[in-house]
Design a protein. Structure first.
Lengths: 254, 291
C-alpha cells in the first residue's frame, strides 16, 4: 500500500502568550497539529498490517521546526515530502490541497490511501482532506473514528454530531480521522534522532504552478474575557460554605 | 447578489437569518424537508450522502453559498468550493459584505479571533448559533428529483435522539476526568438535580469513556453554552473546553491542582478534592433547603 499521511506543523495554542488582546502567535513553540498524530499513527498501523510505505506530506504554511518534523517521521513514516516557499504561507486550504496534490505528482507518488486529521489545531477548517479528494476525483470519508481495510476497500465509521454513519469506501481514497481512532505512539529520543536519516524530498511551491483564489488575513487578536478569579482554599467546611454563599448570591439556592 | 443556503432542516432558519443580514436580491434554500423560512425559493431534495449533496450544490448558481458548520456540511462545503475552484471559509461567526466578503472566526482553538477577507463567489460554513433564526413562508417551493452516483456505499446509519439541548440550560454542573469512575456520576447528578441544573462534561468523558452522550460535551467540537452558572468539577481547563463555556455569567471551578489552567478563566476557583467537596455540598444544600 502506498500511504500518504498529511501533517501540519503549527504554533502550540496552549502555550501562546497574549498581551491584552494582542496574541503573540509566533512566541508559541511549534508542535505537530494534535489530531495529525492520530493520522500518522493510523497510516503506520495500516502499513504494519498490509505492508507498503508511508510518506509524510507537509506543506509549510506556518512555522517550521526540523526536530518536530523528525518527531513526526519517527512515529513510523518512511519518508517526508515537504512543500516550502513564500506562496504557500498562511491559511488557504484550497491552495494547500493543490500543493499536496501537485507535489505528490511531481514526487511520482500514486497513493492508495491519503490520511489526514479531522481538522488542524490552529484553523480547524476540516477542509483539506475533502479538497484533496475533489482535486484528485477520489472518494472521501471525513471524521472517521473506526476503520477496517478489507479487499481493497475501507469500512469506516464516521463520527457525527447526532450519531454515526458506516461507509464502504473503495481505494484509492482520502480519509480524515478523529482522535478516537487510535492512541498515537510516542517515539523515543533515539527514534527521533534516527529519523533525521530518513529520505526527504523538498519541493519549492513556486515550481508547482498553483492557481487559487486568495484569502487575506485582515486582523487577529486574542479572545479576552475578564473573570473575577477569586481563589477559595481551606477546610472542606470552609470552601463548601463559600460555594453555597456564592450560589445564594446568584439566586441559585434560596 | 444571489445567495444559496443549504442545510439540515433544524439549522435552516438561522442560516436564512445570516443570509438576510447581507440583503441579497435572491435567496434560494435547499433542505431535505419543508421548513417555514422567508426565502424566494425553497428546494426540497431527498439528499443523504455527502457525495450527493456535493453533486447537487455544485450545480447551483450563486455568488455566495452558506452552509452550517456541522461535520457533514464542512466536508460538503470544502468539496463544492474545490470542485468549482472558488473561495472557501469555515466557521464564520460574523459576516460582512462590501464588494469582498469578510468573516470572523475562531483560531487556535478559540485562543484567538481572526478576520478574513476573500472574493466572491465563495462557499462559507457558518457557526449557526451566532446568527438569529428567522421564520416566514417561502415564495415558492420546488421538489428536486435527485439522481446521483455516489463514490461510497452507505452500509448503516445510526441516529441517536439528543436527550438535551445544553445551549439553553441556565445552570450547568460539568465534570471532567477528575471523576474516577462512571458510578461517581451519581453524586454529580444528585448535585445537579438539587440545583435544578443540567449535567455536562469534557470531551474525554463522552467521546473516550462514553459515560455521557455526545451532546453533553461542552467545547470547540461540542456544545457552546451560556448559563448563569457553570460549575466545573475536575476539569483542567484546556482551551478546547473553555471556548464552550466562556460566555457563562459566572464560572465556579473545583480542582485539586492549584495551578490548573481553569483557575485563569473562573470567577471562583476552589482548590479542593471533588470527592470531599461534592458530598459535603450536597449535604449543605439539602440542609439549607430543609430549613
Ligand atoms: C481538535 C480538538 C478538539 C477538542 N475539542 C474539545 C471539546 O470540544 N471539549 C472538550 O472538553 N475537550 C476537547 N478537546 C480535548 C481537550 O484538549 C482536553 O483534552 C480535555 O478538555 C481535557 O478534559 P478534562 O479536563 O476532563 O481532563 P484533564 O485535562 O485530564 O483534567 C482533569 C482535571 O481534574 C483534576 N482532578 C483530578 N482529580 C481530582 C479530584 N479528586 N478533585 C478535583 N479535581 C481533580 C486534575 O487536576 C485535572 O486538572 C479537544 C481536543 C482537540 C485536539
Ligand atoms: N499545511 C499542511 N500540510 C500538511 N497537511 C495539512 C496541512 N494543513 C492541513 N493538513 C491536513 O489536513 C487536516 C485538516 O486541516 P484543516 O483543513 O486545516 O482543518 C489536518 O489535520 C492535516 O492532516
Amino acid at each position: 500500500m502506498e500511504i500518504v499521511a498529511c501533517a501540519k506543523l503549527v504554533y502550540d495554542e496552549t502555550q501562546m502568550p497574549a498581551e491584552g488582546d494582542r496574541l503573540l502567535v509566533d512566541q508559541a513553540p511549534v508542535k505537530i497539529s494534535d489530531i495529525d498524530r492520530n493520522a500518522i499513527e493510523e497510516a503506520v498501523r495500516i502499513k504494519e498490517e498490509l505492508g507498503g510505505r508511508v510518506t509524510l506530506a507537509v506543506v509549510v504554511t506556518g512555522p517550521f521546526d526540523e526536530t518536530i518534523l523528525k518527531e513526526a517521521l519517527a512515529m513510523g513514516a518512511d519518508r517526508a515530502l515537504l512543500v516550502e516557499g513564500e506562496i504557500v504561507k498562511g491559511h488557504n486550504p484550497y491552495r494547500t490541497a493543490l500543493a499536496i496534490v501537485k507535489a505528490l505528482e511531481r514526487d511520482g507518488t500514486k497513493p492508495d490511501l491519503i490520511v489526514c486529521g479531522e481538522g488542524s489545531s490552529d484553523q480547524y477548517s476540516c477542509a483539506l482532506p475533502a479538497m484533496i479528494a475533489e482535486i484528485m476525483s477520489l472518494p472521501v470519508a471525513t471524521f472517521v473514528g473506526r476503520l477496517e481495510v478489507k479487499d481493497n476497500k475501507l469500512i469506516v465509521e464516521r463520527y457525527l454530531e447526532g450519531g454515526s454513519e458506516v461507509l464502504e469506501v473503495p481505494l484509492p481514497a482520502v480519509i480524515s480521522v478523529t482522535s478516537e481512532i487510535n492512541e498515537p505512539r510516542i517515539p523515543t529520543v533515539l527514534q527521533i534522532m534516527k529519523a533525521g536519516k530518513k529520505e526527504k524530498n523538498s519541493v519549492d511551491a513556486s515550481e508547482l504552478d498553483l492557481r487559487f483564489p486568495t484569502i487575506d488575513l485582515v486582523e487577529i487578536r486574542a479572545y479576552v474575557r475578564e473573570r473575577r478569579r477569586e481563589r477559595i482554599e481551606g477546610s472542606v467546611e470552609e470552601v463548601v460554605n463559600r460555594i453555597v454563599e456564592v450560589l445564594e448570591e446568584k439566586g441559585v439556592i434560596r | 447578489m444571489r445567495i444559496v443556503v443549504a442545510s439540515d432542516p433544524s439549522n435552516l432558519p438561522k442560516l436564512v437569518g445570516a443570509a438576510k443580514s447581507l440583503s441579497p436580491e435572491v435567496i434560494e434554500a435547499i433542505s431535505t424537508e419543508r421548513v417555514s423560512v422567508p426565502v424566494d425559493k425553497l428546494v426540497i431534495a431527498d439528499l443523504r450522502l455527502n457525495d450527493c449533496w456535493t453533486d447537487v450544490l455544485s450545480e447551483r448558481e450563486f455568488d455566495l453559498m452558506l452552509l452550517p458548520s456541522t461535520r457533514d456540511f464542512k466536508e460538503v462545503g470544502a468539496r463544492v468550493a474545490a470542485r468549482k475552484g472558488i473561495s472557501y471559509l469555515s466557521d464564520a461567526q460574523e459576516l460582512g459584505l462590501s464588494g469582498r466578503l469578510a468573516a470572523t472566526r475562531m483560531v487556535f482553538s478559540g485562543r484567538g479571533v481572526e478576520k478574513l477577507e476573500t472574493s466572491l463567489p465563495a462557499v462559507v460554513t457558518i457557526d449557526a448559533d451566532s446568527f438569529e433564526p428567522v421564520s416566514g413562508e417561502p415564495s415558492s417551493v420546488d421538489e428536486l428529483g435527485v439522481s446521483c452516483s455516489p463514490k461510497v456505499n452507505l452500509i448503516e446509519r445510526k441516529e441517536r435522539e439528543a436527550e438535551v439541548d445544553l445551549s439553553k440550560a441556565e445552570i450547568i454542573v460539568s465534570v471532567g476526568r477528575g471523576l474516577k469512575k462512571k458510578e461517581d456520576l451519581e453524586m454529580i447528578r444528585e448535585l445537579a438535580s438539587l440545583l435544578g441544573a443540567e449535567v455536562a462534561c469534557t470531551r474525554p468523558i463522552s467521546a473516550d469513556f462514553k459515560w455521557l452522550p455526545e451532546e453533553r460535551h461542552v467545547g470547540m467540537t461540542g456544545v457552546r453554552v451560556k448559563p448563569k452558572i457553570y460549575l466545573a468539577i475536575g476539569i483542567s481547563g484546556q482551551i478546547q473546553h473553555v471556548v464552550g463555556f466562556r460566555d457563562a455569567e459566572t464560572v465556579i471551578a473545583v480542582n485539586t491542582d492549584p495551578d490548573a489552567p481553569i483557575s485563569e478563566v473562573s470567577d471562583y476557583f476552589v482548590v479542593a478534592d471533588l470527592y470531599e467537596v461534592v458530598p459535603k455540598l450536597i449535604e449543605e444544600i439539602r440542609r439549607r433547603k430543609g430549613s
